[in-house]
Ligand binder design. Structure first.
Ligand code: PLP
Length: 499
């Protein structure tokens, strides 16, 4: 008896499909339940193998006695729509033909009839929904944005998750404040003041779902459809696309070996509302913005009354010098919105980032954020706070700096050996990617497509430009073990030889 009870308890309860019963209808209740289930199975709303609820819970849910439910189930079992499985209760039959149980979305056009117009927002950037290009697919050499996830101290992380799950109280399970978990914001403010020379208090730090959400909130607060916004050329495509969604005018401004060319920006559009920049390690070229350009940019923003959105996505990893101080820390006029992320320094699926907001804009950021998602999820914030406070974060950064530093060294050496003066290497001082400029004009996209067919990911540089630019490749080295790097570069050389 006890065994049976235990076995029954282990069986998860089935989901109740939407079926309506009408006690006043002439059709008997068991027939209505039967029709409801049969329809749900045939229309694919209930899938083969899916559990149906027990007769008792369905009867309770429908507020009817158990008899009509048992009757309907018996009929469905007899006709083969349902089957009983020992230990798993009653499930939708697995032997029904696929065409009977398809859950394909309804066709847009009904045969013979013209569908009515299907209006969508017109001012949105006409993003072609390209299926992800081949160099973004798969894992390994030289995927951009891939971190050494196998090196992440997952044991420590999971013990912190366990600790917080066990002790979760009403506060942990209720809505979080729109700005994020206070203890994490305080911990982060300390870290940013010390490690990134920011001038900030915890009250200015908002926790976001990665830097992409921080960009979105910034765009919604600062930019409207009549604004112009400078974007780096070349740039991080998802930042550009996010601002384009506001309907604003994007003004591409060239990046050279000192970073964003501020004078060129002023010439093209002196009164831009905002600029989006990656000054520590420009994406994708990897250059660091020079001190004189930083002061020029801050001065322009002060005079023009513009905003600077500083995307500091991978500042923690710098190899030949200390990390570069943030632009925010140099700003004396509250013009910089500083954005950071844990995607590179920990792992991207964490979806945690932050934005440091000028004090007078905090309320506006909060209002927009509340309307978007009410606030960030709590558990990962609590875990991350302890991960930082207990020293695991600093230790992980130190370890990874050594590991990535070694991967970068081997990559640069292999490039010199295999490619020599056919390419120029840029941006290898920091982060987890570098850029290669091709000396000869070649189609980087074609080569990247061929490379992908051979399981080598190289991101064609020309695709990151708005107004056309140099051919080359962006190579990520975060996820590539040292011993695989020389073979990857050799493969690239062979592809270029046959270019
Ligand atoms: C320039 C830049 N900003 C931000 C990010 C990270 O975005 P998120 O924090 O949303 O993962 C990336 C990721 O590749 C990036 O390249």
């Amino acid at each position: 008896m006890t065994t049976i009870i235990r076995a029954m308890r282990r069986v998860a309860s089935g989901i109740l499909p939407l079926i309506a019963v009408d006690r006043t209808a002439s059709q008997p209740l068991h027939r209505q339940i039967y029709d409801g289930y049969r329809g749900a199975i045939i229309e694919g709303r209930l899938r083969p193998g899916q559990r149906v609820p027990s007769s008792r819970s369905l009867a309770t849910e429908l507020a009817v006695s158990r008899f009509p439910v048992l009757n309907a189930y018996a009929q469905l079992l007899a006709e083969g729509y349902l089957q009983s499985r020992v230990g798993a209760g009653t499930v939708v039959s697995n032997s029904l033909p696929e065409h009977l149980t398809s859950c394909a979305p309804a066709p847009v056009r009904v045969a013979g009839k013209r569908s009515r117009p299907r209006p969508v927002v017109q001012r949105a950037y006409p993003t072609r929904r390209e299926s992800s290009p081949p160099w973004l697919r798969g894992w390994g050499a030289f995927g951009v944005g891939q971190v050494a996830v196998d090196q992440f101290p997952i044991q420590i992380w999971s013990s912190l998750v366990m600790r917080h799950s066990r002790t979760a109280d009403a506060k942990s399970l209720h809505y979080c404040e729109a700005m994020g978990y206070k203890a994490l914001r305080e911990t982060l403010a300390n870290y940013l003041r010390t490690a990134r020379s920011l001038r900030c208090k915890a009250e200015q730090v908002m926790i976001t779902s990665g830097s992409q959400q921080a960009l979105e909130i910034s765009a919604r607060v600062l930019v409207d459809s009549t604004s112009s916004v400078w974007v780096e050329d070349p740039c991080y495509r998802l930042a550009r696309e996010m601002f384009a969604l506001t309907g604003c005018r994007l003004v591409p401004v060239r990046v050279d070996d000192e970073g964003l060319n501020v004078a060129a920006g002023i010439k093209r559009c002196p009164k831009a509302r905002a600029v989006v920049v990656t000054p520590s390690h420009q994406f994708p070229l990897g250059v660091t913005m020079s001190a004189s350009r930083r002061f020029q940019l801050l001065e322009w923003a002060r005079r023009a009354g513009s905003w600077i959105i500083e995307d500091d996505y991978d500042a923690e990893y710098r190899y030949d010098s200390s990390p570069i101080a943030s632009l925010q820390g140099l700003d004396g006029d509250g013009r910089v919105i500083y954005i950071g992320t844990f995607s590179k320094v920990l792992f991207p699926a964490l979806r945690l980032g932050y934005v440091v907001i000028p004090s007078d804009l905090v309320d506006r950021f909060v209002a927009v954020r509340r309307a978007m998602d009410l606030g960030p999820p709590m558990l990962n914030q609590e875990v991350l706070t302890d991960f930082i406070k207990e020293g695991h974060f600093a230790r992980h950064i130190r370890r990874m700096r050594v590991l990535y530093g070694e991967r970068r060294r081997v990559l640069v050496d292999s490039i010199k050996k295999e490619l020599g003066d056919r390419v120029t290497v840029l941006g290898d001082e920091a982060g987890m990617h570098l850029a290669l400029m091709l000396s000869k004009e070649e189609s980087d996209t074609e080569i990247a497509e061929r490379a992908a067919r051979e399981n080598l990911r190289v991101w064609p540089l020309s695709r990151s430009y708005v107004r056309g630019g140099r051919a080359g490749f962006i190579l990520g080295f975060g996820s590539v073990p040292v011993e695989e790097i020389p073979a990857g570069v050799r493969k690239l050389r062979v592809l270029l030889d046959h270019g």
